[in-house]
Design a protein around this ligand. Structure first.
Ligand code: HXC
Length: 258
């Protein structure tokens, strides 16, 4: 395990875990934390030895939002010219799947970071919210766009306009999280799911992630064309042949990620 100022990182086989580590501020996303998080994530993304990344926080907070104390004196121009978080574009374009393992508060930028990941595994203690309205602002990190896509407009509008938090059970029922697990099992479950993903063919995983992303961004006809091309391209990989031969020969595939 290695530790920088505001995160710790660990690699186990093909799975990398990044743990947000500012307990004194409930993992509020200040510029140091964000810089370290993005740097670590992009380095793992560039490493073909890593097949899945888990981002997690503490038992009390995944992240309680952007650091309010850091933002209090910021101006319109400061926000427009980069704000506290330049570099997120690269995070959003990563090819490696990212799982958010959320316990406790995931608020504001914390909820938005979780939604930026491919999916969320939640502890039964998780609480999601976009409370920016209480600070005289609105979500600025994708929340007004991703939350309605995840839970529908009515629920998203209620949360964004009132600041109401959503518990884990409601979040699962609403489609915001993939699954809820007991809090003491969260990290083990996230590691298990990540190891499963990391055991698959990397090119197939990259393509599947791209296609799922396309479903969020494209009209259906365009998304279907994208999928048809990506599906055909999978037949140019050695792993496609290996996966199918292994099935026919009743053995486990040995993917070479090529
Ligand atoms: C800075 C924060 C913080 C935050 C908590 N802390 N959240 N500091 N930014 N977002 C600090 C507190 O000031 C306190 O520090 C310590 O963490 C513990 O927090 P408490 O409030 O004492 O804990 P608790 O009573 O358990 O309440 C937990 C909480 C509350 C409900 C999560 O902390 C809270 O409401 N936090 C703010 C949530 C929020 O508004 N998030 C949205 C931020 S705006 P001290 O020094 O007093 O011990 C945002 C915009 C994103 O995210 C857009 C980006 C472009």
């Amino acid at each position: 395990m290695s530790e920088t100022t505001c995160i710790t990182t660990a690699v186990d086989g093909r799975v990398a875990t990044i743990t947000l580590n500012r307990p004194e501020a409930l993992n509020a996303l200040n510029s140091t934390l964000v810089t370290e998080l993005i740097e670590a994530a992009l380095a793992y993304d560039a490493d073909p030895g890593i097949g899945c990344i888990v981002i997690t926080g503490s038992a009390k907070a995944f992240a309680a939002g952007a650091d309010i104390k850091e933002m209090v004196d910021q101006s319109y121009t400061d926000m427009l010219t980069g704000g506290p978080f330049p570099g997120w574009g690269g995070f959003e374009r990563m090819r490696t799947p990212v799982i958010a393992a959320v316990a406790g508060f995931a608020l504001g930028g914390g909820c938005e970071l979780a939604m930026m990941c491919d999916f969320i595994l939640a502890a039964d203690t998780a609480k999601f919210g976009q409370p920016e309205i209480n600070l005289g602002i609105l979500p600025g990190f994708g929340g007004s766009q991703r939350l309605p896509r995840a839970v529908g407009k009515a629920k998203a509008a209620e949360m964004v306009l009132t600041g109401r938090m959503m518990g884990a059970e409601e979040a699962e029922r609403s489609g915001l999280v993939a699954r809820v697990v007991p809090a003491d099992e969260l990290l083990a479950e996230a590691a298990k799911v990540a190891a499963t993903i990391a055991s698959k063919s990397l090119p197939a995983v990259y393509a599947a992630k791209d296609a799922l992303q396309a479903a969020q961004e494209m009209p259906l006809a365009e998304g279907l064309r994208f999928e048809r091309q990506a599906f055909a391209a999978a037949f140019a990989t050695a792993d496609q042949e290996e996966g199918m031969r292994a099935f026919a020969e009743k053995r486990a595939p040995e993917f070479t990620h090529r």
